[in-house]
Design a protein around this ligand. Sequence first.
Ligand code: NAP
Ligand code: G4F
Length: 337
Amino acid sequence: MPTAFITGITGQDGAYLAQLLLEKGYEVHGGVRRNSQPERIRLERLGIEDRLHLHEFELTEPNNIFRTLRDVAMDEFYNLAAQSFVGASWDMPVHTADVDAMGVVRVLDTLRSLRPEVRFYQASTSEMFGQVREVPQRETTGFHPRSPYGAAKVYGHYITVNYRESFGMHASSGILFNHESPLRGEEFVTRKITRGLARLARGGNDPVELGNMDAQRDWGFAGDYVEGMWRMLQQEEAGDYVLATGVTTTIRDFFTYAAEALDMELDWQGEGEAETATDRRTGKRVMQVNPKFYRPAEVDLLIGDAGKARDRLGWAPRVGIRELAGMMARADYDLPV
Ligand code: NAP
Ligand code: G4F
């Protein structure tokens, strides 16, 4: 039975990856942070919490990483833990760098000393492309990060490449475009939209307040993307891979698809800070712009080319954008308000 260790197992991707590896017959270990109350909602929602081996784990704590890697015999290590919210990274740039950049080298260097044969996955991101240098973005596209989060992740990416090249470690970097699900954190725009619309559909009156409606993202389903992570570590040689759908959508269009799934008919009015959307069937305002959600610097357009992953890993996304928006909106409608 192969053994895997997942950092960030309580997050969206960690939960789906843990579920996938259990289905594949793995013994699954995961790192969890000490909290004042156990926050394992996603693992509970997937019904897998009791099948996992959980360890207290903190990416900023070198000795904790050392003891964990010493005590758990593993074949694969997936580093999914991060301060993953771009918006918060301007408020917490040093913490973000400590976790998302230094955390990676802490793990890699400990693995190098204790278990150099372990296959390592780093959760890199399309946010590294930032102000994009070509369209679509692929593995060879240069980086121009636009946030402290993106800058920290660029370091995490290159140190992964460096440990592969310097020490021959099986260290792969997945450059993943945005991927969402009913388990997505509520601060991210897709889930904020589907949660807010579901509350409105169930009788609420508070419009969803959003920032930049024109940004475009290449959104896929998280369940498809964790399969790609696993496939990267099954290759004879480690490498870097983009996972993306190749379809880009504005925030406005995602909002429309989610609203349609809840039988709303939108009437859009105004532009910029004055933009609003109203549901014609109820007359309720369902969206208004609030400039407090604008970012100091924006990634305007992301669209990925996952050709390498398709050719070498046999990976392809299965869920399209309308299906994704509908899946999330309906799941939120079924949750308690
Ligand atoms: P997420 O839901 O925010 O989960 C982040 C996880 O990291 C949580 O389990 C969190 O623990 C843990 N964590 C945060 N700081 C930590 C620390 N200092 N020490 C140990 N654990 C810590 O993120 P996600 O969407 O699943 O994303 C997974 C990874 O992929 C992240 O590295 C993210 O940056 C990257 N990524 C995500 C996307 C995407 O669209 N989802 C795209 C590209 C890359 P708590 O539960 O205790 O908070
Ligand atoms: O949903 P978001 O916060 O995701 P973002 O910034 O693209 O980051 C996510 O994807 C990255 C991959 O590219 C990951 F690495 C990262 O960890 C995370 O998972 O924002 C998406 C877009 C942005 O352009 C933002 O300005 O939505 C725009 N937006 C407009 N109004 C909003 C809002 N974003 C949020 N979170 N909240 C709003 O009210």
